[in-house]
Design a protein around this ligand. Sequence first.
Ligand code: HEM
Length: 411
Amino acid sequence: MSDTAVSRPVPSDRPGLPRQRGCPFDPAPEYARLREQAPISRISFPGGGSGWLATRYEDVRAILSDPRFSSRLSTAAPHVRPTPAALPEHPLPGALLRLDEPEHARYRRPVMRAFTVKRVQQLRPRIQQIVDEHLDAMERAGGPVDLVAELALPVTSLVICELLGVDYDDRDTFHRLAGQLLAIESSPEEGQQARAELASFMAALVAAKREQPGDDLLSTLIAEADADPDSPLTDIALAVLGSLLLIAGHETTANMIALSTLTLLEHPGQLAALRADAALAVRTVEELLRHLTIIQFGLVRVAAEDLTLGGRSIKAGEYVVASLPSANRDPALGIADPDRLDITRDPAAHVAFGYGPHQCLGQQLARAELQITLTSLFARFPGLRLAVPADRLPFRDDMIIYGLHQLPVTW
Ligand code: HEM
């Protein structure tokens, strides 16, 4: 494992976030010990300063649904960035992840309509078509191929591009910016610069869509905003919101596709069960989301007032990290042996998409993409297997979103 910012010694005797995974599919074993012995523990952040780490399911849900824990952070990701950097005191309009109620809901509501179960259901045939075209191309090229570059990334990028109205030819630009935004070694300045570049890319697109609207989400949002004098969706807000949807909409799901593929290849009994019964796809995806929990360092909030959590006193202004990977392995989730992958069970109450008002807006889309891609991939290539030894795979220990940098496969 590389010596990255998170594991770098910090100027404190308090531990940092647990990072040493024993196995690539499991969170660091330290989380299990913390859940048992110190469920709300003191930690140091890589750039200095200290805060709290919550590892139990109930505490994680309590933090994410309690308005006394604010999302208005003064740094983008203090739990993983090397040094805290001051962001504007007031988050940018439309920056959903950084806003609290009631402001947050004003921006989220207009976008939510595009991501309901019903709307995503209508997108399924087109998602299937995109997946099939990429599987055809893989078949024509012949193995080995990198599944990340040839399937996971293009499918998820194309889907969100078409939905939003972004030109897929611009993918090199937004893939590069996503890399800068999500690498834990990026300096605050690099992060800031990537955010600014992405926002101006989106601002240009918003201006172009206003001139020439298309049949896409950005054009719809612009038209709705123009028709409603009370709409909070200014051009800046649309650019910020569009940036978030573009990045959140492809990186997460692409990594889940690649990591899920590998997980199933490494669990042949479970893969055989899925192949024998395609109806298991829905449960398989839920269980993989829970088991793999790719938002690997959890979510961070700041206490808006002095409060008590799990018997510990937390002061106003202190950061609290809610560990999603740990919560999803807590026996309190109510499933037997939560460390085991079991695609036949129903892990409905997992927190892989977060919890509370910020719970993932694109979760139905992510589910549809995962179900379609995984079932189609394994049906098309019955002999799918790794093209390199598993211990040589480049896992994303260095990124906020876990997964694989490459996944060479053949069939
Ligand atoms: C497997 C794939 C995905 C995972 C694991 C995931 C995970 C998450 C999590 C944990 C949050 C909560 C953040 C917080 O509370 O601070 C979140 C929020 C969000 N996600 Fe996803 N996500 C996925 C796919 C997507 C997709 C496909 C989209 C597409 C549009 C999307 C858009 C968003 C947005 C806009 C938010 C912010 C919601 C808000 O703050 O109100 N995500 N996601």
